[in-house]
Design a protein around this ligand. Structure first.
Ligand code: AP5
Length: 185
């Protein structure tokens, strides 16, 4: 059983790798971006609010995303089965909120996996994928928001001594192997 956060810039392959690891080791996967996109698609109250931010590549307010994550951790029975969190936390406030909610649920983080990929490759991958929010302008803003808001999160976990940095360049299979090694799977 492992409790882990996947961190990295947009397009680094977090989603791709988190899915592979989750399926191979039967670990519940919580992908915040997917939960938000589903809410937007279904035009729920939450989805309507989230869309305004997502369409600009901005972050959705903390109160909303923290609530989603707490509900998801309870729903997947994280205490018994562990979890992989993809897309959360992305700000220092969210990292602290996560710590608080894990404590309330009598859980703790084992590791934080940071997938490192240079900007040119990120932009190339996202343009090739072509999701609705994958236009050049939105991608550039997502990267800007990422460097401003998420870099402090990486430092925060590094100081705690639980950050594992993995090179995200190369074939998907090779990256998976590096991740398995880093997580001791
Ligand atoms: P989110 O869905 O999390 O988007 P993101 O951060 O932009 O991350 P991506 O899903 O784009 O990247 P990924 O690393 O998962 O890459 P993937 O595996 O797809 O968030 C979307 C929006 O929701 C945000 O902008 C924000 O508004 C909101 N939001 C989300 N979290 C939030 C939070 N915590 N707080 C507030 N708001 C939040 O890979 C990319 C591509 O590369 C794919 O095409 C893939 O096939 C390809 N690829 C993968 N691996 C490789 C490889 N090794 N070699 C070549 N190609 C590869």
């Amino acid at each position: 059983m492992i409790k882990v956060v996947f961190l990295g810039p947009p397009g680094a392959g977090k989603g791709t790798q988190a899915k592979i690891i989750s399926q191979k080791y039967n670990i519940p996967l919580i992908v915040l971006g997917d939960i938000l996109r589903e809410a937007v698609k279904n035009q729920t109250e939450l989805g309507k609010i989230a869309k305004k931010y997502m369409d600009k590549g901005e972050l959705v307010p903390d109160e909303i995303v923290c609530k989603i994550i707490k509900e998801a951790l309870i729903k997947v029975n994280a205490k018994e089965r562990g979890f992989i969190l993809d897309g959360f936390p992305r700000t220092l406030e969210q990292a602290k909120a996560l710590e608080k909610m894990l404590k309330e649920l009598d859980l703790s983080l084992d590791k934080v996996l940071f997938l490192d990929v240079p900007d040119e490759e990120l932009i190339k991958r996202m343009l090739a994928r072509g999701r609705e929010d994958d236009t050049v302008d939105i991608i550039k803003n997502r990267l800007k928001v990422y460097y401003e808001k998420t870099t402090p999160v990486i430092n925060y976990y590094e100081e705690k001594g639980i950050l594992e940095k993995v090179d995200g360049l190369g074939d998907v299979d090779k990256v998976t192997l590096r991740i398995e090694k880093a997580l001791g799977l």
